[in-house]
Each structure stands twice: as structure tokens, then as C-alpha cells.
Design a protein around this ligand. Sequence first.
Ligand code: ZN
Length: 468
Amino acid sequence: MSQATRALARPETRPGSVLVAGSSGKGTTCRILAEVLYAAGLHPVLTAHGARSWPDGWTRDGAPRKSIRLVEVDAAPLVRRIPPPAAIVCTNILRGRPDDDTAGAALTAQLERAIRSLPASTTLILNADDPRVASLAASRPNPRLYFGMSDPVHGRVRKEPAAEIPCCPGCGERLSYARVYYAHLGHWACGACGLGRPDPTVNVTKIGLVGSSSSRLHLGATSASAALKVPLPGIYNAYNALAAVTVATYLGLPAWSLRAVENASGGPMRMERTRVAERDVYLAVAENATGYTEVLRAILGDGEPRRMLLGLSAPQRPLQDISWIWDVDFESLAGLVPTPVLCGNRAADLGVRLEYAGWLGTRRAQGHPAGASIEPDPIRAVRAAILGTPPGQSLWIVSTATALAVIRSWLRRHHHVPHSVAERAERADWADRADCAEPTERAEHRRQRRAYRQPSGRPQPERAGAAG
Ligand SMILES: [Zn+2]
């Protein structure tokens, strides 16, 4: 184990912690990292969503030795209220909308302030492909590790600056990109001041996107290289896995423990899979243009047609702006979804958007776009979508959170989505997993832990306090 791991693991120093911040991917990064830590014999304790659950998580007694707290921080100012972390990970800083960067600028400023308030010993683990993340607290002496994509095949080549690209963090001029993987994440440089993407310590040299459910990453690192299967689709999840692997590298975890990435799940409504009447049903939440675009690309990127239920819900009083749906890249995926079902109180708006994107043909019937089935009620819509999906095939449900939560509750009431295990795992004291799990799940945990053991008989790290 590295010095960092030993320091985190020392029982008398209280648990170490790793904060995970950024616009998106925090929860999934924590979950992937927790699997790796667990496989390596450590005790990951996840605390999600910052302020609301932090006091519970922190004051709970009886935390086993060798625990590492993974704290998903929604609001950067929270950093000031918790003990200084060993490391802070920044996944990305996305724009709310291509033509409005208020949210991105605010988060950048919050993170900058938060990191400056941390001790100089806290390691910064930063996404090299995001210019604002890579440039956070640039003048501070903290140790830094960068992660990034280096796959020369994936990603779009875009030499010209575009509106959704942030300005140079150094001089404010427009950045240029040799390659964009998603949103504004890619190989960036500033022609005016010479600032550019730092060389990543850990990078993905090749991404194999396998269908709509997983990907294979070939990693290159200064110390090791490996190929990992990530059981979550899309480039954005490849970034989440890469962030987790970079933390594992910082902690000096053994290379074999990285295989546990294969065991990760995205969590509720994060490409969550369930089985209903002989159909696989996937739930994916998408709350903004970038999220919607990337989830759709992850599902439809291989060009295979798929059954889908799309949802759009937004408060009517006060009226919430949903014009961001015009920024979703539906156009490049037209023709891949036969007769989508649309739900949510703004389903009709979504129908108009899809019609313009060429998803629905040009015919109109009864004022509704042709080729779509519009059912604002999410439960009636999911019933119709399941019935419209032949047994043995899969249904993908992509929606904003309100409508999707209604669908998930309905599935849970009908026992298609697990009650206690998933939700306690969401609060995720991982020691609880064995306590709350069903017997079959306990057996699965034991099987997984055996599977991580080295065939060569490498002694396993002690796991104090772990049940199961
Ligand atoms: Zn510049």
C-alpha cells in the first residue's frame, strides 16, 4: 500500500475522506470507486448529497477500521464544514445551456474558493479534458493528478471554436479543440496565451463502447496499464470510471482490485436495470441538454433501433423553461426509435421537438405528431411502453426526474425495483450491505469477494468489521 493509503487506513487518525465534486457523474464515480476500495480490502463509506446526510454519516459510531469516506459534494461551500479531505476529485463543470453559462461559472467560482480553503496537502484529482477543472486553483501548491481520454478514434474532431465551448481560464479568449469527447470535454488549447490540456497521469488509450450497456476501457498510466470492463454505457460513464481509477491509483491500490469496476452499478435511475414481464427495462434520468444527449448517445450510439419511453416534466406554476430540449442532439439519432412513447406534463412539447428532429415523420393526426404515442401520465405511459415492447426485448426509459420517479415508484410497488437493499445502498454504508441483503445477495457478496482473491494466494488485506 502507498503512503496515502496507509495514512487513510490508520485507525487512530479517524477515517480519511475523498470528496467528489463537479456538475455530473459524482454519484456514479463514488459507486465505482467504492467497488474498487471494497475489493482491495478497505471499507468505503459513501455519503451522498452533502449537507442533508452528512451529519448522520459523520457522527455514526462503530465505523470499522480502514474506512475511507467518499463524499459526494453537491455544493462546494460544504467543503468548509467537513474535516479536510485527503483528496478532492472534480469530474467536470458543465454549462446549463450552450448559450448561458451562469451555472458553470458559478460552480467554477465555488470550487475555486473551496479548493483554496483546503490545506496544501490535499491532493487535487482533476479532469484534464475539462479546461475549467484542469485550471482550478492553478497557483496553489497542492499535489495534482490528472485524468483524461486519449482515444484517437472516439470523439469528434472540431477545430473551430463553438458557442458551447468555455473561454480560456487563463486569458478569456475562445479555446480551440483538436478533439471533443462530449460537451466541451476534450483536447483543448488556447491559441492566445498558450494554456493547454495537461498531460493526464491516468488516461484511457482506447474506448470500446459495447452496445448500449457497457464499455471496455484500455487504460494507460505512468505506473500500470490495464483493460477494464465498465458495466455502464456511454462516454460519460467512461469518464466516471476513469476518475475512480485515478483515485485508486493515487491510493496505491493493487492493480487487480481495479477489476472490481466490473461490479459497479449506476444507482437508482442511472441506467438502472430491472426486469418486467420478460422485458429488461432500463431507467435513465436526464435533466438537461447535455445529459439527455449523452444518455441517448449511450443507448443509440451503436446505430441499432431500440424501444424507448421518453419523459419530460416541468412545473407549470411557476412555468419552468424547457427550451433546453431544443439543444438536445436528437437529430443525429433520428430513425432509431420506432414509435417512441412520450410522457410527462410537457410530453406534447417533446413531441414537437422530436418531429422537428425527424424522429416522427411528417404526418399529423389529431393534432399530435405522427409516429409517437403521447401519454402524459407516466404510469399509463410505462404500461403502454412495456406492452409495446415484445417479450425478450428491452425498453429504455429516459426522462427528467419527476416523471421518472413516478415510474420508479410504480415499478417498486410492483416489486420490480428492490426496496431496501438499493435504497440503503444509496445511503451506502457499505458495511450495511451485508446486513440488509437477502440471503442470495449475501452469497453473491461472498462470491464476489472470493473472486477478487488472487489465485496466486496473495494475502488479502484485513477487513475489520466486515460482515458477510
Ligand atoms: Zn488563453
